[in-house]
Design a protein around this ligand. Structure first.
Ligand SMILES: Nc1ncnc2c1ncn2[C@@H]1O[C@H](COP(=O)(O)OP(=O)(O)O)[C@@H](O)[C@H]1O
Ligand SMILES: O=C(CO)[C@@H](O)[C@H](O)COP(=O)(O)O
Length: 497
């Protein structure tokens, strides 16, 4: 039996999955790495921590007694999006990577809007948001000119790891789409955008398809990981594109809800001209010549992990969430907005912060925990609402990510989205999509769709409960008012952070 590996380079950890030709998971390994928040709103990681973590996870996989490493044919990647890795002439990182959830670049976003005007949306198909890559490049240019001077080329997180394993420099379209430097419909680096910001074409790596073969392993990487040097390495994709592939979102009709650190509502688009006026992100898919639109909640799973780490340290999610099923929709009048690190959709705002509204003496910790889950799901429902208003049907939602592990949360999603929510057997998030790109790249299947019919297996379906749908519709209308009511207060509080 042959195998492929999917690497999911996440924000908190890298996860490696080994799959056989039937799509069965044979082995998995995970390694975590630190995040650095030197100032409020900053978020950085050391690129070499990703490389060390990936090598250690691969070594653990190949050392497992049930794994025949010689039978591993291919490997591919899913990566946290947008993070800026700057390389010097010798191919070494110039500084720490600035991540997707770093919000220091508001001034650079305004500069991009001013410089590009209407071209911003017509070429890049996206608004200028703090998380995207171009504002980070401009920030380094303005604030660290000595580092910028040394920078010869930029990569995104998974591209750096792949580069270190293969010696080859590439970026795939799905990840390049999140840089604001790509002509999304034309699938090429935008000469106009590069020129507008004085960046040479050589600053961008060659573009490839997500299932594209970029090479094999360097002898040293083969030694370090225990993989055969002949292992084929495929480009891989952005974590949300890979999440969509792993959830079988390969044609119009299905919607994905992903609750990881961030949260995403994603809809497949076959038409490059689909226009949401910049209200949601519009990116190239990991499937060739396809696209997707998505809304992003910056602190989705992070809101719950923050709550757990702060008020239930050392407890498991199951312990924290025990008893929440008995609480009625609305957590007895307690509302949470998940703006712990600012927000993206529908309020692109780096200053807004979270709030609990309606706290009273009867509320226990479990009411707060339920309110956090409801607030995250309301935030995602803003994206569902936006897609519906743009004329899309959202009636079947595939739910993935850590948030899909709790059945009460899956039912809550069905009730708040007013749609059938489908869980997956063996939910593995973007790592599965990465492994599918390797399986397709190795020629095991004629198409990604054929691979999905073998690898993606639906499990339980959660149907909306009519009474809860009605309750949540009323609560959602109240939730939607909290942003405007707290915006000015947060502007004033900014000086005290
Ligand atoms: N058992 C669980 N019940 C409910 N939520 C969970 C559970 N396990 C994880 N989560 C949520 O999922 C999040 C992690 O999801 P994951 O997909 O692993 O994130 P990432 O890939 O961004 O590191 C946590 O922050 C938490 O909110
Ligand atoms: O910024 C985005 C998408 O635009 C995030 O989705 C990141 O790509 C990483 O998210 P996690 O998988 O760590 O939640």
């Amino acid at each position: 039996m042959s195998y492929v590996i999917g690497i999911d380079l996440g924000t908190s950890a890298v996860k490696a999955l080994l799959l056989d030709k039937n799509g069965a998971i044979v082995a998995e390994a995970s390694k975590s790495y630190p995040l650095f928040h030197e100032h409020s709103g900053w978020s950085e990681q050391r690129p070499d921590d990703w490389v060390d973590g990936t090598i250690a996870a691969l070594r653990e996989l190949t050392s497992q007694p049930n794994v025949n490493a010689d039978a591993i044919e291919g490997i591919s990647f899913s990566g946290q999006m947008h993070g800026l890795v700057l390389l010097d002439e010798a191919g070494n990182p110039v500084r720490n990577a600035i991540l997707w959830n770093d919000t220091r670049t508001t001034a650079q976003c305004r500069e991009i809007e001013f410089t590009l005007g209407e071209q911003l949306l017509s070429i890049t198909r996206n608004p200028a948001l703090e998380g995207f890559t171009l504002p980070k490049i401009l920030w380094v240019k303005q604030h660290e000119p000595e580092n910028f001077e040394k920078s010869k080329l930029f990569l995104l997180p998974k591209d750096y790891v792949r580069y270190r394993l293969t010696g080859e420099l590439h970026m795939d379209y799905s990840d390049a789409a999140g840089t604001l430097l790509l002509d999304v419909a034309g699938k090429s680096w935008s000469a106009s955008v590069l020129e507008a910001f004085g960046l040479p074409a050589s600053f961008c790596p060659p573009l490839v398809e997500s299932h594209g073969l970029v090479g094999t392993l360097l002898p040293q990487s083969a030694d370090d990981t225990g993989l055969p040097a002949s292992t084929k390495v495929f480009a891989g994709g952005a974590d949300n594109a890979c999440g969509a592939i792993g959830a079988g979102i390969l044609e119009e009709g299905l919607t994905m809800c992903s609750i990881g650190t961030s949260g995403v509502i994603l809809s497949y688009e076959k038409n490059s001209a689909s226009d949401f006026g910049g209200k949601v992100h519009f990116f190239n898919h990991g499937k060739e010549d396809a696209f997707y639109a998505m809304g992003v909640t910056l602190a989705a799973g992070y809101s719950l992990s923050w709550f757990k780490n702060t008020f239930a340290k050392g407890e498991s999610y199951d312990e924290l969430l025990s008893g929440i099923e008995a609480i009625k929709p609305g957590s007895n009048g307690l509302l949470f907005t998940p703006y712990l690190v600012g927000e993206r959709t529908p309020h692109a705002d780096s200053v807004i912060r979270a709030s609990f509204i309606g706290v009273d003496g009867s509320h226990e910790r479990k009411h707060f925990a339920r309110a956090v889950m409801e607030g995250i799901t309301f935030s995602l429902n803003e994206s569902v609402d936006m897609f519906r208003k743009a004329g899309k049907t959202v009636d079947r939602v595939i739910s993935i990510g850590g948030g899909a592990q709790n059945p009460v949360w899956l039912q809550m999603q069905a009730d708040i989205f007013n749609a059938n929510v489908i869980a997956l057997e063996n939910e593995q998030g973007p790592g599965l999509g990465a492994a599918m790109l390797a399986a397709y790249g190795c020629g095991w299947f004629d198409s990604l769709d054929a691979c999905a019919s073998q690898f993606v297996k639906h499990a339980a379906v959660y149907e909306p409960n009519e009474a809860a749908v009605e309750q949540y519709a009323g609560l959602f209308a109240i939730y939607q008012q909290v942003y405007a009511q707290t915006q000015g207060l947060n502007e004033s509080l900014k000086a005290y952070r």
